[in-house]
Design a protein around this ligand. Structure first.
Ligand code: HPA
Length: 248
């Protein structure tokens, strides 16, 4: 019979197996846990893996000598909502930066474009239940946004700033689904930011989503894996340097 690990008494939260002090105050949040591993291996030094519960890998290391963590969140607001709550309430995480992809809904937005997300609309039942059908203005932390903007300028990485739409439903086939959102200048669709910008406000933490356009929902364009690597690197550097220069 396979011997299961005894539950470690020092473990502090339900879904994250880290001990006190193992997670940095600043954390990057990709949806894909293997992306977290790749970034930890290629961009960070002195790395430890602090979590593998449910395969949702989390790492802490240093970037240019500053301590930083990176944690996979899974897809969708239900999943990221669990991780960010535990990161803030149990581990005292203060700066949370989502790094992920989005589908552009403006036809002239190109694959690989990096977006600094100022605010998020959405269709999530999670938010509707939480605020009893009223609306909450889910906005980025201004200082983190400004810091990422300046970091991108220093690095020579082009960004645009604007709002996105967070959906619970990747596969929605309704015709004209995006017309109103396009008309209101929403740039793209993804599945996590709105709840990130909501829960972080409750915990007095800073949040920002830095996204890369991986496909264009309107034109049907999508990215090759090579482009993805390059543009993902740009997004990671903007997120790391933006967040860490705020700490200095
Ligand atoms: N929809 C939702 N989330 C996404 C998409 C999309 O088209 N592309 C990347 N993340």
């Amino acid at each position: 019979m396979i011997k299961l690990d005894v539950i470690k008494l020092e473990v502090m939260s339900i879904h994250i197996g880290a001990k006190a002090g193992e997670i940095a105050e600043t954390i990057l949040l990709p949806g894909d846990p293997l992306r977290a591993k790749h970034v930890a291996e290629t961009m960070l030094e002195d790395v430890i893996c602090y979590n593998n519960v449910r395969g949702m890998l989390g790492f802490t290391g240093t970037y240019n000598g500053q301590r930083v963590s990176i944690q996979g969140t899974g897809m969708g607001m239900a999943s990221i909502g669990i991780y960010i709550n535990e990161l803030m309430s149990e581990y005292g995480v203060k700066n949370l930066i989502r790094v992920g992809t989005c589908g552009a809904i403006q036809k002239d937005l190109k694959i690989g474009q990096v977006i600094l997300v100022t605010g998020a609309s959405g269709d999530s039942n999670m938010n509707q239940l939480y605020f009893r059908s009223l609306d909450f203005a889910a906005t980025a932390d201004f200082d983190l946004l400004l810091s990422a903007y300046h970091a991108a300028k220093r690095l020579g990485i082009n960004t645009i700033q604007g709002t996105i739409f967070s959906t619970d439903n990747f596969y929605d086939f309704s015709p004209n689904r995006w017309d109103k959102w396009i008309e209101h200048n929403v740039l793209a669709v993804e599945m996590e930011t709105q709840i990130l910008y909501t829960f972080t406000k409750k915990f007095n933490a800073r949040a920002l989503s830095v996204l890369t356009v991986s496909d264009n929902v309107i034109t049907g364009e999508s990215s090759s894996s090579f482009d993805r690597e390059q543009t993902y690197d740009d997004m990671m550097r903007v997120a790391l340097e933006g967040a860490l220069s705020l700490e200095k």
